[in-house]
Design a binder for this molecule. Structure first.
Ligand code: ADP
Ligand code: ZN
Ligand code: ZN
Length: 660
């Protein structure tokens, strides 16, 4: 009888064999119901074979092969196999996580027909700029694998380049996959794509979709009905039978990295997938990741540059640094910023005051006894949210009511320290009583609907001053926005995480890019105590390439990525001693001593050393050779699985970690 080799959603690095008399070789890639333990599960048929490594009498029969979907294509499995090997993730988990929830359920829910998305009017394409035309010409569809790094300043019209390339892919009968960091933040992009390709069955795939919609969209992609898929990181796994082009927009964005469960980089998987399918992939950014930039510099990626803003009247904003060491600040804001905001109010233009810290104040404290609002579950402070009178942990979600007096000494005079967007908003409102102020952060905008409504208000001219976090920094065009004031940026300059400056620069370039997107000239004022820092110098000059060169040189000297390859072993347990002891054992394993090209650092507590009542430690493995690291990791992982650890200890490996 045929043997089915089945992938199941289990944390084990293997497949499971069943017998089935109804199976044929064409059934690879179909879902199957199988008995498991005392229950049943849905798995994916990975192989149909004649023999098993297990004695035939031990194999259980599969219950039913589900034939309601076309089989998952072979290239989907190649992608999953690669992800499983590269990221040391159990193959069954990798395959099953790529499926919509509804398709993994034993009792399939009633399927309702989907709502048709309203037809949108076709939007004509603008005439291309010379730079855009050159970039488009450089990408040939149908000529095999290539990675193109589209480096274009904010407003240079990268999206138009994507749209024209998608058009070509569709004309040749192909499908296109566009990955974006957070789809909620970019409803404008979805509208633009739908407007350009009204008949292409554009579908979105992201986590905010209702389950049924997600399943419908995913099916449409698999069945080839949807020609364009627009999605967040998980969408990189979407099976698409005629995939001809991939685009990763804002390729530097950290949200392409999955930070829990299977820790993978969707951007890097997109590159693998393009190579595997022999198709082009376009990575776009105004501030590429240093990894991609180094690849472009070495010629592995092809660099396409857009230096000018696409709208001929729009120029890059003038960036000015305000040295706050010599200034009197009111509530953290300098006189020049206030004057510039006042001027915009007079002219009927919009200002954006950027502060990347939400809440009212980062901490509440008692000056009498020294009490501060600590999270009792994490090594972090509780943030004061005055809007709903809560103290809230931004790491674990724990929250309590704001106490009326100090919990330790009873002092009624407890103070907020530092400031966040809520405090800034209320102070600005007092200072500019006539101004209409809109605060945009994760507390004021919780859903896509709220976000769209807020964007509409801003576009409709119902806002004079925007106060916001990085949420506001991403790809929006506000034609009346002519001033961006940046507060509190210095904090990231000297952060413990050595990638912090790279992220800060990208963020500031992006937020500065909001000013002066249309005819009105934009101005950006950055408050800093370190005006001589090279990061700010590059920001003033709009010079990503020189700052990238500086950072790459530092990385090369320090032997950091992209000049080294890393993997992080993390352990968490109720006691730090247990976590560190486990990591120490992992470091002392014989296999860890045998690989001379691998350096293992000392186990240390993580920067956020306690999260939700668990103490966390980490151990960095590093090698100048990716191949050496990849050879080492599976052997190390197997050996680590053999370490006797306390029952409550959890561990994982993260390859190419982004956060420290
Ligand atoms: P980016 O993604 O590079 O920041 P966008 O693609 O959003 O830039 O384009 C910025 C603005 O320029 C948009 O309003 C867009 O409609 C406009 N635009 C793009 N290409 C052209 C063009 N060739 N001619 C005129 N306007 C353009
Ligand atoms: Zn006190
Ligand atoms: Zn907490």
């Amino acid at each position: 009888m045929p043997i089915l080799r089945v992938a199941l959603d289990l944390p084990l690095h293997r497949l499971f064999d069943y017998v089935s008399d109804e199976a044929g070789h064409g059934d690879v890639g179909l879902r199957v119901r199988v008995p498991f333990g005392r229950g049943e599960r849905i798995g994916i048929i990975r192989e149909v074979r004649e023999d098993s490594d297990w004695p035939a009498e031990q194999l259980k029969p599969a219950i039913a092969i589900l034939r309601d979907l076309p089989p998952l294509p072979e290239d989907f499995f190649r992608l999953c196999d690669f992800a499983s090997t590269y990221y040391q993730a159990p193959i069954g988990e990798v395959i099953l996580q790529a499926l919509p929830v509804g398709l993994k359920r034993l009792a399939a829910p009633e399927r309702r027909a989907g709502r048709r998305t309203a037809a949108v009017a076709t939007v004509p394409a603008p005439e291309l700029t010379g730079e855009q035309a050159a970039a488009i010409a450089a990408v040939s569809l149908g000529a095999g694998f290539a990675v193109h790094l589209l480096y274009g300043v904010t407003g240079s019209g990268k999206t138009e380049v994507y749209l024209r390339l998608i058009e070509k892919a569709l004309a040749a009968g192909g499908q296109a996959l566009v990955l974006v960091p957070e789809i909620n933040l970019t409803p404008q992009l979805e509208t633009r794509v739908r407007g350009r390709f009204p008949g292409a069955g554009v579908v979105a795939l992201h986590s905010e979709l209702a389950e049924a919609a997600r399943e419908r969209h995913w099916r449409a992609a698999l069945e080839g009905e949807a020609q364009i898929v627009l999605g967040t990181r998980l969408a990189v796994f979407t099976p698409m039978p005629r995939l001809a082009l991939m685009v990763v927009d804002e390729e530097h964005d950290a949200s392409f990295k999955q930070q829990d469960g299977m820790r993978y980089s969707a951007r890097d998987l997109a590159v693998f997938r393009a190579r595997d399918l022999e198709i082009p992939v376009v990575l776009g950014s105004a501030t590429p990741s240093l990894e991609s930039w180094a690849n472009a510099k070495s010629g592995r990626y092809q660099l396409l540059t857009l230096q000018e803003r696409a709208n001929a009247q729009a120029t890059l904003p003038a960036v000015r640094l305000l040295d706050t060491r010599r200034m009197v600040l009111q509530e953290g804001i300098s006189e020049p910023v206030l004057a510039a905001v006042a001027q915009r109010l007079e002219r009927g233009e919009q200002s954006l005051v950027f502060l990347n810290r939400r809440g009212y104040a980062p901490v509440l404290a008692c000056p009498a006894c020294g009490w501060i609002s600590h999270c009792r579950r994490c090594a972090a402070n509780l943030v004061l949210h005055l809007a709903d009178r809560r103290l809230r942990c931004h790491h674990c979600g724990f929250e309590v009511r704001v106490p009326k007096s100090c919990p330790t000494c009873g002092n009624q005079d407890i103070h907020p320290f530092g400031r966040g967007t809520q405090r800034l908003e209320s102070w600005l409102q007092e200072h500019f009583p006539e101004a209409r102020i809109v605060r945009v952060d994760r507390d004021s905008v919780k859903s896509r609907k709220q976000w769209e409504a807020m964007l509409e208000r801003i576009h409709g001219g119902e806002a004079d001053i925007l106060v916001g976090t990085q949420m506001l920094a991403k790809g929006h065009d506000f034609p009346k926005l002519t001033l961006v004031g940046v507060l509190g940026a210095d904090a990231a300059l000297f952060a413990a995480d050595w990638r912090a400056p790279e992220r800060l620069f990208a963020q500031l370039m992006q937020v500065a890019g909001r000013a002066g997107r249309a005819e009105l000239k934009g101005e950006v004022l950055v408050q800093t105590q370190y005006p001589d820092h090279p990061l700010y110098g590059a920001l003033v000059a709009h010079d990503y390439p020189s700052y990238a060169a500086t950072l790459l040189e530092e990385r090369e000297q320090a032997g950091f990525p992209p000049y080294a390859y890393q993997a992080m072993l993390r352990a968490e347990a109720p006691d730090m001693a247990d976590a560190i002891a486990f990591l120490t054992s992992a470091r002392a394993l014989p296999v860890a001593q045998e690989h001379s090209e691998i350096a293992l650092y000392d186990p240390v507590p993580m920067h956020l050393s306690r999260l939700a009542n668990l103490e966390r430690g980490q151990l960095l493995a590093e090698s100048p050779s990716r191949r050496a690291l990849q050879t080492f990791l599976p052997q190390w992982r197997k050996a680590i699985e053999g370490i006797k650890a306390p029952a409550k200890l959890r561990w994982h490996l993260e390859v190419d970690p982004l956060e420290f």
